[in-house]
Design a protein around this ligand. Structure first.
Ligand SMILES: Nc1ncnc2c1ncn2[C@@H]1O[C@H](COP(=O)(O)OP(=O)(O)OP(=O)(O)O)[C@@H](O)[C@H]1O
Length: 249
């Protein structure tokens, strides 16, 4: 499970997000939408503990931002797969080697590496590209390789930061379909995007960052509008179970 409880996040001296509360359960797919500069990347960075909250607590994969030691951060990150807008593939290595590299740095057995790499490529329909160089693939295919690379360590969650930002609308939908299929295997998927319409076409829990606040809606229930999430929604907090009636915005 992932949770944010009363979290404030700052960059430099600027407060980017204030009093964020969020709970994501195993198997959930969540969109974080918000305009450019609203703080989506900042929120994801708090999840992989590149940014520490100035107030409140982020919990993920059994670690807490309040107690995690610096040396434990790489261990947390091994449990997470991160996907970026610009793919970030190693251009001088084959598709296979891009994935294998991730496992080699953690001393995974060679026989296991091959199985894991090919399985991850199969999950994005690209097993046949294993020997190709990334730049010989289309943008959409390169992003699918990046998703496979995120999968190869069998993460508890995939964090995707604007994964469709460099892609045309049809390819963007295709990428979201792959992320949805991966989510159906039980992996939490968190997609940050400024493309509200894209998220809208894929009904699921959608969080909106607006004026430093994180608000929630579920498409199909838009009549309730977006509501700020209160700590009462976060299991395990002292306020759990108290009312969090939707507020019309
Ligand atoms: N190092 C920094 N110091 C101060 N402010 C920063 C720093 N880095 C980013 N910011 C500001 O923090 C805010 C949030 O940035 P963030 O990258 O999280 O937004 P975003 O929603 O991901 O935007 P985009 O969709 O354009 O990537 C922005 O206003 C940005 O200008």
């Amino acid at each position: 499970m992932i949770s944010f409880v009363n979290v404030d996040l700052e960059l430099g001296n600027k407060t980017v997000l204030k009093d964020v509360n969020l709970s994501i359960q195993p198997g959930q797919l969540v969109y974080i939408v918000g305009k450019s500069g609203s703080g989506k990347t900042t929120l994801l960075k708090a999840l992989y503990m590149e940014i520490k909250p100035v107030r409140g607590e982020v919990s993920i994969g059994g670690y807490s931002s309040s107690t995690i030691k610096r040396r434990q951060i790489p261990l947390l990150r091994r449990k997470l797969g991160v996907v970026f807008q610009d793919f970030r593939l190693l251009e001088d290595r084959t598709v296979y080697d891009n994935l294998a590299f991730v496992l080699m740095v953690t001393n995974t057995r060679q026989s296991l590496i091959r199985d894991r790499v090919m399985h991850a490529l199969e999950q994005v329909g690209l097993a046949h590209t294993a020997k190709q160089m990334p730049l010989n693939l289309s943008g959409g295919e390169q992003q699918r390789v990046a998703i496979a690379r995120a999968l190869v360590r069998e993460p508890i969650a995939i964090l995707a930061d604007e994964p469709t930002g460099n892609l045309d609308p049809d390819t963007s939908l295709e990428i979201l379909e792959y992320l949805k299929k991966i989510n159906e295997t039980g992996i939490m998927v968190i997609v940050a995007t400024h493309d509200y319409e894209l998220a809208r076409n894929h009904p699921s829990t959608t969080m909106l960052i607006q004026g430093q606040q994180l608000c929630e809606t579920t498409f199909g229930d838009c009549s309730a509008g977006y509501r700020p999430v209160k700590p009462s929604c976060i299991p395990g907090t002292s306020a759990e179970g108290k009312s969090n009636a939707p507020e019309r915005l």
